[in-house]
Design a protein around this ligand. Structure first.
Ligand SMILES: O=C(O)CNC(=O)[C@H](CS)NC(=O)CCC(=O)C(=O)O
Length: 278
């Protein structure tokens, strides 16, 4: 058994990318100082800006934005695996992308992942989101080694689409990352249950660093960063929405053991029946 210490950074990112990166860096350094070998930050670590015009005034292309290179150097200096849960960046076609970067201890990029499922919803209480108006969705699942095991990447609203996690787990992922900025109403109602369900149905560690609290742009997020074990138990969670660091120890062998006990991942069947509605 080899346990690996992980650290989930909970943030309250604002509208100034440089300040957000400074805040993230301070907590990443703190976590590495505490012995964490895999450190994860939430969705849109570099920028939470719901005003479309200001968003596009602030976004930079992947080569011009200092965030990726800064995180790469940090991973290298601290000799850690580092998941930037996501950076909001300006894509080649003028739309934004919501992109996770997994950096390794040599500063190399081990995986890139663009959020696939767009949060286009009207959740009631006057809250509605149309992520696809500004962001271009990805279409490619991503997996890479970190913390001594294969890790599958996802972002936030992806959490509601179990087929993605099944695919990642069947491709060998033993840990699944879900950096998020959940709304408060859906966080209260669904966050823990969905994270635990993804862990149970795939026999995987689930690592979910979150944005939390009232952000500079007025938006409110749920926080409650969480680590779930492969048997579905909550191994650790932050109790609220303030910035902070959640530590846990994870172990590939525990995920393999859960899959030996319930080998559901290998029991998929071809089925016929009602198709997807047009
Ligand atoms: O736009 C940004 O600044 C950062 N991106 C987000 O916050 C994204 C898209 S709006 N949020 C979610 O996916 C929340 C999902 C959620 O809350 C649920 O599934 O219930």
């Amino acid at each position: 058994m080899s346990r690996v210490k992980v650290a989930l950074i909970q943030m309250r990112s604002g509208t100034d990318p440089e300040r957000n990166l400074d805040d993230a860096e301070a907590m990443i350094r703190e976590a590495a100082g505490q012995g964490a070998k895999f450190v994860l930050t939430p969705e849109t670590t570099n920028l939470v800006q719901k005003d479309t015009q200001r968003l596009f005034e602030t976004l930079k292309s992947p080569v011009e934005d200092p965030a990726p290179i800064r995180f790469a150097r940090l991973a290298e200096a601290l000799k850690i695996d580092l998941l930037a849960g996501s950076f909001a960046l300006l894509g080649a076609d003028g739309r934004a992308v919501n992109r996770s970067h997994l950096f390794g201890p040599d500063g190399e990029v081990k995986a890139l992942y663009d959020k696939i499922h767009m949060f286009d919803v009207e959740i009631g209480g006057g809250e509605s989101w149309k992520e696809s108006a500004n962001y271009k969705p990805g279409d490619r699942a991503a997996i890479a080694d970190a913390a001594g095991m294969k890790v599958g990447l996802s972002i936030c609203y992806d959490l509601r689409f179990p087929y993605l996690y099944r695919r990642l787990a069947q491709a060998g992922a033993l840990a699944l990352t879900v950096p998020s900025a959940f709304t408060r109403p859906t966080g209260r109602a669904h966050w823990e249950v969905l994270l635990r369900a993804r862990a149970i149905e795939t026999g995987s560690w689930v690592l979910a660093p979150a944005q939390g609290g009232r952000h500079e742009d007025g938006r409110k997020t749920w926080g409650h960063s969480m680590v779930v074990g492969p048997w579905g138990e909550v191994v650790g969670a932050l109790s609220g929405d303030d910035p902070g660091i959640l530590y846990a120890e994870i172990d590939a062998e525990e995920a393999l053991e859960a899959r030996r006990r319930i080998p559901a991942l290998s029991h998929d069947r071809e089925i016929t029946g009602p198709g997807k509605p047009a």
